[in-house]
Design a protein around this ligand. Structure first.
Ligand SMILES: Cc1cc2nc3c(=O)[nH]c(=O)nc-3n(C[C@H](O)[C@H](O)[C@H](O)COP(=O)(O)OP(=O)(O)OC[C@H]3O[C@@H](n4cnc5c(N)ncnc54)[C@H](O)[C@@H]3O)c2cc1C
Length: 389
């Protein structure tokens, strides 16, 4: 996949903004900055996109009836707009509005929270009885005591392709993007002189620095005392029974009262969209603590068995063995909400971290907000509830 990213060489002069980390959030940020005419440098130790952090595995759910908190909904509305304009400009579909079915305890967080967000923001969200559920997703079951909802605007994003598209657009607007380059330390030079950024290869100056280093943020932002916890998150691709193809079924998410988090899955993608045949299945809940620099332990048969056991009452057609698996990383805050702000002790430094396993869908709007913070010192986007305070 073309990312438009280069290997660092030669001397680099100073920049308006340096963005450290070109995953979901950083690639969106360099894109917004470059399109506003800023002189921007983006750096990442890996070739972009890659699957060493939080943004691998082909697909990410996107939805608007946000059970986590209705305050996210205006940001999501803007995120959708930004994804659509990116698609239009790069000429590639990145967002698939398959709709998503939510099944859970009628009084549980998923059903209650989705309804609350939909009511507050007047979003389409349809209650499904057994018959309607069978029409929408013939393989899903809503056991006794559960409720089912359908959000037609929800669906999924192709995550690596979205990052590649953001990086391509940033490059085409003049951003300098370097792989093989790691932010080692930074310091505000005080006053209006900006920020001095030290990588393994050079020292560079910029008016502002944006730190979007995902699971590597806890060490770089330790002075903020944020209590970020990096965890290991297995993903599985299962054999797809006939009828599970994209276009035939929506995405789905299930919450069980006796188990933490959400179990969720996607339609099976065709060869042209991803390298993985099969249905992607995962558990949205912080897993075991992980070191992002340590070798990644592969997903296990036990993890798959426990996942299949949890979803069996809802999707009895799913079965192993898995065709493929992968392990990604979450960076969790104690309350699961993101932290996006200016660094209180380092003038000119802006950061976004702690996306707690649900940040990807927001990348296109986070990039806009981070570009605002870096260039203007504030953003009109409603990100106040994600600030350090
Ligand atoms: C299994 C799984 C499933 C998920 N499902 C969903 C979903 O369905 N919907 C959703 O919205 N979200 C989902 N998420 C969450 C979402 O993917 C993340 O919130 C998002 O990808 C985080 O983006 P990021 O830019 O913070 O991190 P990343 O994309 O990991 O980017 C961080 C970047 O920083 C770079 N870096 C590291 N150290 C340095 C350094 N010192 N200097 C410079 N660069 C550095 C890394 O190489 C990396 O490229 C999921 C996450 C996982 C793991």
């Amino acid at each position: 996949m073309q990312s438009g990213i280069g290997q660092g060489a030669g001397r680099l002069e100073s920049f308006d903004v340096i963005v450290a980390g070109l995953g979901a959030m950083g690639s969106a940020t360099v894109d917004h900055l470059a399109r506003r005419g800023a002189k921007v440098l983006g750096i990442d130790p890996f070739d972009v996109p890659h699957d060493a952090g939080s943004s691998g595995g082909e697909t990410r759910l996107i939805r608007k009836a946000y059970f986590e908190h209705p305050d996210y909904v205006p940001l999501l509305a803007r995120a959708y707009e930004n994804w659509l304009s990116l698609e239009a400009e790069v000429g590639e579909q990145l967002l698939y509005r398959t709709g998503t079915v939510y099944i859970g305890d009628p009084d549980g967080e998923l059903i209650r929270g989705s309804r609350l967000a939909a009511d507050e923001h007047d979003l389409p969200l349809v209650a499904l009885d057994d018959r309607a559920l069978a029409d929408v997703h013939p393989f899903l079951r809503c056991p006794e005591g559960y409720a089912a909802l359908f959000e037609p605007d929800a669906g999924f994003l192709l995550c690596e392709r979205a990052i590649a598209a953001q990086v391509r657009r940033a490059s085409s607007h003049g951003a300098t993007l370097l792989s093989g380059e790691r932010l080692v330390r930074f310091s505000s030079t005080g006053g209006d002189a900006g920020v001095e950024v030290v990588t393994e290869r050079r020292t560079v100056r910029a008016g502002a620095l944006v730190v979007t280093t995902g699971s590597w943020a806890p060490a770089l932002l330790a002075s903020l005392g944020l209590s970020l916890r990096v965890t290991r998150q297995p993903l599985f691709w299962l054999p797809a029974p006939a009828g599970f193809e994209l276009g035939s079924v929506p995405c789905w998410a299930v919450q069980r009262p006796e188990a933490p988090g959400l179990f969720y899955g996607f339609p099976a993608l065709s060869d042209g969209l991803g390298s993985n045949a099969g249905i992607k299945l995962a558990h949205h809940h912080p897993g075991e603590v992980a070191d992002p620099d340590a070798p990644r332990l592969p997903a296990t048969a036990r993890e798959l068995a426990s996942l299949l056991g949890a979803v069996a009452p809802f999707l009895p057609a799913l079965a192993g063995p898995a065709l493929r698996s992968k392990v990604c990383l979450y960076t969790n805050t104690p309350d699961g909400h993101f932290v996006v702000d200016r660094h209180p002790g380092q003038r000119g430094v802006v950061f976004a971290c702690g996306f707690s396993g649900h940040g990807f869908k927001f990348a296109s709007v986070m990039g806009e907000a981070l570009a605002d913070l870096a260039l203007e010192g504030h953003s009109d986007l409603p990100i106040g509830f994600l600030g350090l305070r």
